[in-house]
Design a protein around this ligand. Structure first.
Ligand code: HPA
Length: 274
């Protein structure tokens, strides 16, 4: 099969970036809510505003400037995707996954996705770090819907979206460094409203351990492109109905900040040792 040429917007964005930055990232890291500061870990950073890149989605959230941060992390070339956008902002799912098509075109073959999630599994208290073993697409949107023009299969396999070998290695790294982690299934809801108690009961029965409003589109896009994926959720709150208190975004951010140091330690060790 002859690969299709890159979409014009990806091609143009690559050319603009390559004029400024020539390093080829090994790993791309998507930074979730409250985790944006992970990019501060980059050594010899080159920070590119994504505002002027054709096709690159703009976050509608004030203060969430989109940036690509190229740099070295623990001896590897990486690129951080800062200022993730979500479908709940009203953006088409295909637009949401543009950054993944872009980092793939820039050479990244591994994707480490992070997010903040509500805990459905009652054993997952706020602050739990959960490796994603699998996901449930409960938003029924798919970034691959439409003409198949990006060179991958029309019907990509999703029986192991999170690379099992990488997951095992990352778990072993966590163990070596004394960082407690769990494994679980992540379920994607569109949002932006949090779930009802009845929805959480329903999702628990479906086998979900955690719920959130991101990640799944990016993972589908990355797998289509043949990238290896590792997913890491920070459980920031008990999901609706599992706690007496109503949910607020502020709680999510506070817990995210609380475990940030540990998460940073884990991410660095994974990049270094896997
Ligand atoms: N539900 C959906 N998304 C979330 C949650 C939640 O409880 N916590 C953090 N992101």
């Amino acid at each position: 099969m002859t690969p299709e040429p890159l979409a014009a917007d990806v091609q143009e964005a690559v050319a603009l970036i390559r004029a400024q930055e020539t390093r080829v990232p090994d790993v791309a890291l998507v930074l979730g809510s409250g985790l944006g500061s992970l990019a501060d870990l980059a050594e010899a950073p080159a920070v590119l505003a994504t505002r002027d890149l054709p096709g690159y989605p703009r976050s509608t959230v004030a203060g969430h400037e989109g940036r690509l941060v190229f740099g070295r992390l623990e001896g590897r070339d990486v690129v951080f995707i800062q200022g993730r956008v979500h479908c709940y902002e009203g953006l088409p799912v295909r637009t949401v996954t543009f950054p993944i098509r872009l980092v793939h075109a820039l050479g990244a073959r591994r994707l480490l996705v992070t997010n903040a999630a509500g805990g459905i599994n009652p054993a997952f208290a706020p602050g739990t770090l959960m490796f994603i073993t699998d996901h449930i697409n409960a938003s029924f949107a798919n970034p691959l819907a439409g003409p198949n023009t990006d060179g991958g299969p029309r019907f990509p396999d999703m029986s192991a979206p999170y690379e099992p070998g990488w997951l095992d290695q990352a778990e072993a790294v966590a163990l070596r460094h004394g960082i407690a982690t769990r494994r679980g299934v992540y379920l994607w809801t569109l949002g932006p409203s949090y779930e009802t108690k009845a929805e959480i009961k329903f999702f628990a029965r479906l086998g979900a351990d955690a719920v959130g409003m991101s990640t799944v589109p990016e993972v589908i896009q990355a797998r289509y492109l043949g990238m290896d994926v590792l997913g890491l959720s920070t459980i920031t709150n008990p999901a609706a109905g599992l706690n007496a208190e109503p949910l607020t975004h502020e709680d999510v951010l506070v817990v995210g900040r609380r475990v940030r140091d540990q998460l940073q330690r884990l991410v660095k060790a994974i990049i270094r040792e896997t």
